[in-house]
Design a protein around this ligand. Structure first.
Ligand code: AMP
Ligand code: GLY
Length: 424
């Protein structure tokens, strides 16, 4: 069986790894993939937003189904286009992807359906947005409605900072069309959780919870990044909490999406804040999270391939047993290039440690130069995931693996999973 995998990051490397682990006979074609994915899949240089090229590729290869990693092709309507051609595909339609691509859409859906989330209003006018800021207590959160590569959220500690964020988005248009609408949102205090669920639009197969580490520095300090690491499971995600999230957040969200005429199929990612008033939604994503996927898939005991294929074919997953997980813990440590999350240099030769039975290197920004040498080609270069009986051991093995990744200026955090360790 052939599977087309769209994307080129660590998330896609982990997906390719898991799908081949589930069925070693599957042949993965990755568009465009990266140097690590190339070791287990055939990489084709078609861009993730070249929908015509991807349709032609899926047809020419006769793939059983297609899996979409990143949000950009989902926003561009890849699922709508593939379905119109009768090609099975795993992911939401463009209309359903709005749960991530339009924070305004997601917020109205949640407020309308009573799904717990921070109070917020949407504005296109500077004066009205600034007036709304003054109705909140500080800090107040200012967000670009559209996709702004993780940079569209400002937690303003003062009115001046809030006003500056509004002007940056609405007047200076720092995020282009993505910032043409801004949300002024109540600040929520608490610990964050990432919760994934596979869904056919009506039924859910939830994952265990994970936590990611967005800041560049140890102890969660310094600028935000695409993610410097992740771990699972998370002790505070108790069965009772998971039941509450299923009942008050995930199931009502799917119902609201069906009512809105855009049932959500694929992988729904809920970014949650565990507040004193219970779990609330920070954001939804319409795809697997990165780096959480790299921590979660090595812990997944049951097949990912089987439910993914059913969902891609438009079948029900009502009869599927819950997903099962290995005992123990998983830690993923991202190794980033010097300068990340700012400008980075590409083309530095890399050495990576050989995988073991419980530690794997997933590639993100890697490629081969004309001589065939593995070189850097992005901010997040690779990540090392370790699975071990305890979180402390997983952290130690993951960090040692990250230290064995060699390239000029490599940087990584040694404290991924610190919150879990602090719980004792
Ligand atoms: P988002 O792009 O919506 O996920 O926001 C990025 C990050 O900003 C989140 O992971 C949170 O850490 C933080 N954040 C967003 N909204 C809020 C909020 N209302 N209260 C507190 N923190 C928030
Ligand atoms: N880990 C955050 C994200 O994938 O958006």
């Amino acid at each position: 069986m052939k599977i087309l995998l769209v994307g080129s990051g660590g998330r896609e490397h982990a997906l390719a790894w898991k799908l081949t682990r589930d069925d070693p006979t599957v042949e993965i074609i990755a568009a465009p993939g990266n140097a690590g994915i190339a070791a287990i899949a055939r990489c084709v240089p078609t861009k993730v937003t070249d929908l015509d090229g991807l349709i032609a590729l899926a047809k020419a290869e006769g793939v059983a189904f297609t899996v979409v990693g990143p949000e950009a092709p989902l926003e561009a309507g890849i699922v709508d286009r593939f379905r119109a051609e009768g090609l099975p595909i795993f992911g939401p339609t463009a209309a359903a992807a709005r749960i991530e691509t339009s924070k305004h859409f997601a917020k109205s859906l949640m407020l309308r359906s009573g799904i717990p989330t921070a109070r917020a209003e949407t504005f296109t006018e500077v004066a009205a947005a600034k007036a709304a800021v003054r109705m909140h207590s500080l800090p107040v959160v200012i967000k670009a409605s559209g996709i702004a590569a993780g940079k569209g959220v400002v937690i303003a500690q003062s009115l001046e900072e809030a006003d500056a964020a509004i002007e940056m988005m609405l007047v200076e248009q720092a995020f282009g069309a993505a910032g043409a609408e801004v949300l002024v949102e109540e600040f929520m205090q608490g610990e964050e959780l990432s919760l994934f669920a596979l869904t056919d639009g009506s039924h859910l197969l939830p994952f265990i919870a994970a936590q990611d580490h967005k800041r560049i520095g140890e102890g969660d300090t310094g600028p935000n990044t695409g993610g410097m690491g992740a771990y699972a499971p998370v002790a505070i995600a108790t069965p009772a909490l998971m039941d509450e999230v299923m009942g008050r957040i995930l199931r009502p969200t799917l119902a609201a999406m069906r009512e809105a005429g855009c049932p959500f199929t694929g992988l729904l990612y809920a970014g949650l804040m565990l507040t004193a008033d219970g779990p609330k939604v920070v954001e939804f994503n319409c795809r697997f999270g990165d780096p959480e996927t790299q921590a979660l898939l090595p812990l997944m005991a049951s097949s990912l391939l089987t439910p993914m294929r059913a969902i891609a074919r438009g079948e029900s997953i009502a009869g599927f047993l819950p997903l099962t997980w290995e005992a123990g813990a998983s830690v993923t440590t991202v190794v980033a290039a010097a300068g990340y999350p700012g400008r980075v240099r590409s083309g530095d030769p890399i050495e990576v440690p050989t995988d073991t039975a419980s530690r794997w290197t997933f590639h993100a920004g890697t490629t081969r130069d004309p001589q065939g040498t593995l070189v850097t080609s992005g901010g997040r270069v690779v990540a090392v995931t370790a699975v071990a009986p305890t979180i402390a051991e997983a952290q130690r093995v993951s960090a040692a693996g990250a230290a064995a990744v060699r390239f000029a200026g490599a940087q990584f955090r040694r404290d991924i999973g610190w919150r879990e360790l602090a719980r004792g």
